[in-house]
Ligand binder design. Structure first.
Ligand code: NAD
Ligand code: TDX
Length: 339
């Protein structure tokens, strides 16, 4: 069995590669990654010499290079993680989001059609459903919730999902889609809330909380997401969408306070800054379908997951310090300098 994993040098894709090589030691895993600012080859160092693993530096929008790889490897399954993933960057400059997230998805699906790939899996997000109000804790996103994206990022992911379903209906491409809530864990790029707050707190820098800090996200430990995708690509029904999330809603401010406590840092570091444009208020997943059809439930409780994550950032300073001291510094200055 050969599995293509696009975006495998990023946060979730890398965790998925480690997970798959552990769970299915007889599978061949081919990582396709353009190595954008978010891709980090050093993350994949532990598996580079595994004979069942191959890394290919390829842009998923590069049709010729993608077809060439399909020709060489003839994959059974494609799991598409590759994307521009940061909402704030999409607000600054949407174009690359449309290119990679929509056109790249199309190229990967065209390749699957051409080479008769048995399964194409699209890694999507709960953000395609828009947001829920804070004063209606009874409401959750189900697979029937209408698409109602807010940011250029989520609109691009929603556009890709629509193309995936169009390829299923029009060409009969065997597809599945997962829509997951916010992930956290090792190798999370430090532009995102949890790793950014850990890195800043360790440097005694201000902790920039957007708006009133009351926006709610539904957090899932990354390995639980990897297990859900593994179940879907093997046992999920073709043409179906599966929501993935573990009923772990938390406000941003409570997460930042928890990180301060874990690291023994004062809450006086917390600084309220100008809100994100169009900031989604609350995300909350109803995972009934994946639970009842595939038996999936999250295994890592947030209290344990956040401790493991903080420990990982303490034990792997070199990984993220290299990022925050390099080109990323310019991004940080641009986004937070005058906020
Ligand atoms: P990430 O930004 O950490 O990694 C993205 C990876 O894709 C990087 O390695 C990057 O180099 C690669 N990439 C970008 N453009 C590419 C291109 N044109 N061709 C090939 N590779 C390219 O992202 P992540 O947080 O790991 O997210 C992975 C996927 O999961 C995305 O599709 C995202 O929308 C989805 N998702 C993320 C979360 C989350 O909480 N992080 C939640 C739900 C869904
Ligand atoms: O400095 C910050 N301060 C802050 O208050 C940052 C970076 C974020 N925030 C807030 C904004 C959000 O309400 O924290 C929350 C989480 O922000 P992000 O980490 O940027 O994640 P989010 O926008 O929720 O999107 C993430 O989850 C869904 C991923 O980046 C997406 O790829 C995924 O689809």
């Amino acid at each position: 069995m050969t599995v293509f994993v696009t975006g495998g040098a990023g946060f979730i894709g890398a965790n998925f590669i480690f997970y798959m090589l552990r769970q299915h030691p007889d599978y061949r895993i081919v990582c396709i990654d353009k190595l954008t600012y978010a891709g980090n080859l050093s993350t994949l160092e532990p598996v580079m010499s595994n004979p069942n693993f191959r890394f290919a530096k390829v842009d998923i929008c590069d049709r010729e290079a993608v077809y060439q790889l399909f020709e060489e490897e003839n994959p059974d399954i494609v799991v598409n993680f590759a994307a521009e993933s940061h909402v704030d960057r999409s607000i600054e400059d949407p174009e690359i989001f449309l290119r990679t997230n929509i056109l790249g998805t199309q190229v990967m699906m065209d390749a699957c059609r051409k080479f008769g790939t048995k399964r194409y899996h699209q890694v999507s997000t709960d953000e395609v459903y828009g947001d829920l109000p804070l004063d209606r804790p009874d409401l959750f996103f189900t697979e029937q919730t209408p698409i109602h994206a807010s940011s250029p990022y989520s609109a691009s992911k929603a556009g890709a999902d629509l193309m995936v379903m169009a390829y299923y209906r029009t060409y009969g491409l065997p597809v599945t889609i997962s829509r997951c809530s916010n992930n956290y864990g090792p190798y999370h790029f430090p532009e995102k809330l949890i790793p950014l707050m850990i890195a800043n707190a360790l440097a005694d820098k201000p902790l920039p909380v957007y708006g009133d800090g009351l926006n709610v996200r539904d957090w899932l430990y990354v390995e639980d997401h990897c297990r859900a995708i593994d179940l879907i690509i093997h046992n999920g029904r073709v043409g179906e969408v599966y929501n993935v999330g573990g009923h772990n809603e938390m406000s941003n401010i409570s997460i930042v306070r928890m990180i301060c406590r874990e690291l023994g840092k004062p809450e006086s570091l917390i600084t309220y800054v100008t809100d994100r444009k169009g900031h989604d208020r609350r995300y909350a997943i109803d995972p009934t379908k994946i639970h009842s059809e595939l038996g999936w439930l999250p295994e890592t409780k947030f209290e344990d997951g956040i401790k493991k994550t903080v420990k990982w950032y303490l034990d792997n300073r070199q990984w993220w310090e290299t990022i925050v001291s390099g080109e990323y510094r310019n991004y940080y200055e641009k986004m937070y300098g005058n906020r």
